[in-house]
Write a protein that binds this ligand. Sequence first.
Ligand code: BTN
Length: 270
Amino acid sequence: MSDAGLETSDRVTEREVLLGLTTECLGRNIAYFYSTDSTNTQAARLAGGGAPEGTLVIAESQTAGRGRLGRKWESPPGVNLYFTLILRPEIPPANAPMITLAAGAALAKAVRALYNLPAAIKWPNDMLIEFKKCAGILTEMNAEASRIRHVLLGVGVDVNMTEDMFPEEIRDISTSIYIARGEKANRAELLRRFLSEMEALYDNIVSGEKEIVLDAWRSLSCTLGRRVTVKGLWGERTGTATDIDASGGLVIEDGGGKRETVISGDLFFD
Ligand code: BTN
């Protein structure tokens, strides 16, 4: 596919991303694609071939972008961010959900800092702006019982999508940085800021400081303290979301003070 339609000033090639990148590890090695099936799928291939910790796989567009629960992720060229980080943390596999929590917090922090927008996290890992979805995270892990081979942290951010670019069925519940801000955003700058916020939280995870990451997630959440319904294949629960635990589970309390932790599903605000 040709990339002739993109303005050179707003690509997310290796050169654009590295210019001004402050991280030590994340994003230092980059695999750039104008078009690929899915950056998570590409990253799995590269990880299998030995790609180093922190490798960033990034594409201008995806032909088979994947969301959670087998959903499709809209991935038109040149307007958004679609990327996957290959991570090889030396932590127990049970702690891997911390990486997804950290990514949600890092993204919300980056969007708040750069654009002064009220970005917040909806459990489990959507970034919302004014209660509309602006980004999602798809984490996939390859592990043995006691050792992680690699984690693929896939992030999709709707950066410069206009309203008419969203499929009609999700138009009402979706937004982009551009829609929220009224001005186009520089994708490479947002990516660099995310990588630096993410590296700090990732270092906390690897050095065993889980509480720092959980506190960051809590402070950026728009989920805690609200009445919610979580629907999963296991059924559904309604109550007040009161906390997040270290395995990424959401603690829900019903009116009678009964607490339950849900670990998967779709969350709806009541
Ligand atoms: C979700 O909210 O359902 C998660 C969406 C994750 C989308 C990103 S885009 C980059 C990476 N590659 C994929 O195929 N999916 C993730």
